[in-house]
Write a protein that binds this ligand. Structure first.
Ligand SMILES: [Mg+2]
Length: 375
């Protein structure tokens, strides 16, 4: 079996809400959720779908960079290869776009990776979780992402989330330390005992982070996500020794080599895994294994994934038995997607699809000619 054709399809999904990171909004309403879909066809007609969903203020890739990297560098070395040699496909991609502390343009590579996994699972007639050989859960609880500028607004969003059935709230901080303390206090007060945890997206310096860790710990937080810049390994170690909270890395968990370096330096206890961020399922599952074997806290998340990335993540995280609320917030922010059939849900639990492949049915009319990129 050989991969015969790869189509690269830029697409814009309208948003109903934005996320504000420490660097500003991750995407404006006007630009929408821009991404790149990949349709991969094998010589026997089997088709796999993948997606790149870059978040430009979160990591360095853009819709344009994903499009040109896939079209001009990745697709040409993947066409003609056996889709069952997933490791070989990643090796070929890494020769073209070199890996470093991360797999080298991981969001672009994730589209190929997801399409290959979808294709081989369809060929075998199994879902992704069966391919992974790990079926701990058949569903995962989703968390509500809270990204609001004032305590009153945070309180409103949390109350609304409770009504919708969310049991966990990840709250964006990293802006103004004094305001952030009030924001977390408002979230805890409104959450009626549900899980709340702050995510600073690298927004604090070490002194601020040490102060915030004390404040958040006093409010009962158990996890504090990426308080300081991802490169500050010394700071991470110091933070961990200053608190009983789990200081989780997210932006710093870009790939296996850097994660191993942080483990060697005793600077990690919790790791946030995102399928698109780390270059797809091939690397994400290795990182899940590494984190689990090291005895660290394993947390699932995403980059506001659309349905392909969303359902692939659900199958991975459910496979690994992640029952901590998972920040796959695509459905919370994307107003309209590209599915021909909706994904199964039970309240705010995302269910593992049982159909062969990643388990999404694409509206092929919707994904063509949707976005013209200036290149
Ligand atoms: Mg995060």
């Amino acid at each position: 079996m050989k991969i015969e054709r790869i189509e690269v399809l830029p697409i814009r999904l309208p948003l109903k809400a934005v996320v504000t990171l420490s660097r500003g909004v991750s995407r404006t309403i006007e630009e929408g959720k821009q991404m790149v879909l990949v349709k991969m066809t094998a010589d026997d007609g089997t088709v796999g779908w993948g997606e790149s969903g870059p978040s430009r203020r979160w990591s360095a890739e853009t819709t344009q960079s994903c499009y040109t990297s896939i079209k001009h560098y990745l697709a040409p070395v993947v066409i003609g290869r056996d889709p069952f040699d997933i490791a070989g496909i990643h090796r070929a991609m890494n020769i073209e776009l070199a890996p470093g502390v991360d797999p080298g343009q991981p969001v672009a590579k994730a589209a190929i990776d997801l399409a290959v996994h979808d294709l081989v699972c369809k060929k075998l007639g199994i879902n992704l979780q069966t391919w992974l050989g790990s079926k701990a859960l058949d569903r995962i609880p989703l968390s509500c992402l809270v990204s609001a500028p004032t305590p009153d607004k945070v309180s409103e969003v949390v109350q609304e989330g409770l009504k919708l059935g969310f049991k966990g709230f990840k709250v964006k901080v990293g802006h103004d330390p004094d305001m952030d303390v009030e924001i977390i206090k408002a979230a805890v007060d409104a959450a009626e005992g549900s899980i709340v945890w702050p995510d600073a997206n690298q927004g604090y310096n070490l002194d601020q982070a040490l102060r915030m860790a004390r404040a958040f710990e006093a409010m009962g937080m158990e996890i504090f996500e990426q308080p300081i810049p991802m490169t500050d390994i010394y700071g991470m170690k110091k933070l961990l020794s200053s608190t009983t909270m789990n200081i989780a890395i997210d932006e710093a968990a870009m790939g296996i080599p850097y994660l191993i370096e942080m483990i060697r330096r005793e600077a990690v206890e919790g790791v946030v895994i995102k399928v698109n961020k780390v270059g797809g399922i091939y690397y994400a599952r290795q990182m899940c294994d590494l984190v689990r074997n090291a005895g660290f806290k394993l947390i699932g998340s995403g980059l506001m994934d659309a349905p392909i990335g969303f359902q692939a993540s659900v199958q991975l995280f459910a496979g690994y038995g992640i029952d901590f609320p998972t920040d796959l917030n695509g459905p919370q922010h994307i107003a309209e997607d590209y599915l021909a059939e909706p994904l199964p849900k039970d309240g705010q639990n995302a269910l593992v699809t049982k159909t062969p492949g990643i388990g999404v049915v694409i509206d092929e009319v919707r994904v063509r000619g949707d976005l013209k990129l200036e290149l």
